[in-house]
Design a protein around this ligand. Structure first.
Ligand SMILES: Nc1ncnc2c1ncn2[C@@H]1O[C@H](COP(=O)(O)OP(=O)(O)OP(=O)(O)O)[C@@H](O)[C@H]1O
Ligand SMILES: [Mg+2]
Length: 251
C-alpha cells in the first residue's frame, strides 16, 4: 500500500515579540513521517511540544517554515474540506442551530444536495437518532462531541485531525467515544490523526503511535499491536505502555 500522507522534513518557528524585536522560536524541528490510508496515528507528547501546531500545518492552516506535506502524492498548500481539524477545547456547535442544522451546515456551505438524508445517516452513525431537533445546550458533553464529530464527517473528509478531542470528558463517556471512533473507521475509508496526552487512549485507538519530544521532534514511532486493548494483564501490554511513557517523560 502506498503512503497516503507524507510529512517531509517539516520545520516551524513562531516569531515571538520581545520588546518589539521579533525572535524566532523553533517549535517543529525536522519532523518526517508517513501514514497509510485508513490508519489511525495517535500522537503523544508533553504539553507545549508542538502537537497542535503540527496538526495546523497538516491542515494547511499554518504554512511550515520549511518542508512539505503531501497527500496522495500532491503537495498541500491550502485548507480544503478533505482535511478537517477538530480543535482542542472547542465547543464546535453553533448554539443557535439544532443538531441536524449544525450537521447540515457544511453540506449547505458546499451546496451538496440531499442534505437531510446525509445528515440523518451520520446522526445514526454517531448514535444521536432522536436528538435531531435538540439545541446544543440540551445535550450532554459526550453528545456534543458526537455531534461535533458528525459535523466533521458530514462532507466525507479523507483525513480527520482530532486535537485532544475527549480531554474534558469523564472516563465512561470517553470509552463510548473511543468505540465510536473505531466503529466509524471500520465503516469508512477515513484516515485519522489523533492527538492525546493519554497513553491508554492512544494504545486503544491507534494503528500507529508517534511520540513527540519536548524539542519538537518525533522521539519514537511504532506500529501498535494492542489496538482495542486496555488491559495490563495482556502479555507485553505493560512493557509497551512503559516504553511509551519513558519517551513522554524524557528529561
Ligand atoms: N500563536 C502562537 N504564537 C506564538 N507561540 C505559540 C502560538 N501557539 C503556540 N505557541 C507556542 O508554541 C509551542 C507549541 O504549542 P502547541 O500548542 O503546538 O503545543 P501542544 O503540544 O499542542 O501543547 P498542549 O498539549 O498543551 O496542547 C508552545 O511553546 C506554545 O506556547
Ligand atoms: Mg495542543
Amino acid at each position: 500500500m502506498n503512503d497516503y500522507l507524507e510529512i517531509k522534513n517539516l520545520y516551524f518557528s513562531y516569531n515571538d515579540d520581545n520588546q518589539g524585536i521579533k525572535e524566532p522560536r523553533k517549535v517543529i524541528d525536522n519532523i518526517s513521517f508517513n501514514i497509510q490510508k485508513k490508519s489511525l496515528l495517535c500522537i503523544l507528547g508533553p504539553s507545549g511540544c508542538g502537537k497542535t501546531t503540527l496538526l495546523k500545518i497538516i491542515a494547511s492552516l499554518v504554512p511550515p517554515s520549511a518542508g512539505k506535506v503531501l497527500f496522495d502524492g500532491k503537495v498541500l498548500k491550502n485548507p480544503d474540506a478533505g482535511r478537517i481539524l477538530i480543535f482542542q477545547d472547542d465547543n464546535q456547535l453553533f448554539p443557535w442551530l439544532n443538531v441536524i442544522e449544525n450537521i447540515s451546515m457544511p453540506l449547505r456551505l458546499s451546496n451538496i444536495n440531499g442534505r437531510e438524508k446525509i445528515a440523518l445517516d451520520i446522526i445514526n452513525k454517531v448514535h444521536l437518532t432522536g436528538f435531531e431537533n435538540y439545541y446544543p445546550h440540551r445535550l450532554s458533553g459526550g453528545m456534543k462531541k458526537r455531534a461535533g464529530i458528525a459535523r466533521a464527517l458530514a462532507t466525507s473528509p479523507d483525513l480527520l485531525l482530532m486535537d485532544e478531542p475527549f480531554g474534558s470528558l469523564d472516563a465512561q463517556t470517553r470509552k463510548k467515544l473511543h468505540k465510536l471512533v473505531l466503529e466509524i473507521k471500520e465503516k469508512t475509508d477515513l484516515t485519522v490523526i489523533f492527538v492525546t496526552h493519554d497513553i491508554h487512549e492512544a494504545i486503544f485507538l491507534a494503528t500507529d503511535i508517534a511520540v513527540m519530544g519536548k524539542s519538537g521532534t518525533i522521539a519514537y514511532q511504532t506500529k501498535n499491536n494492542f489496538s482495542g486493548i486496555s488491559d495490563f494483564s495482556v502479555t507485553g501490554f505493560s512493557d509497551f505502555y512503559n516504553k511509551l511513557y519513558s519517551f513522554i517523560d524524557e528529561p
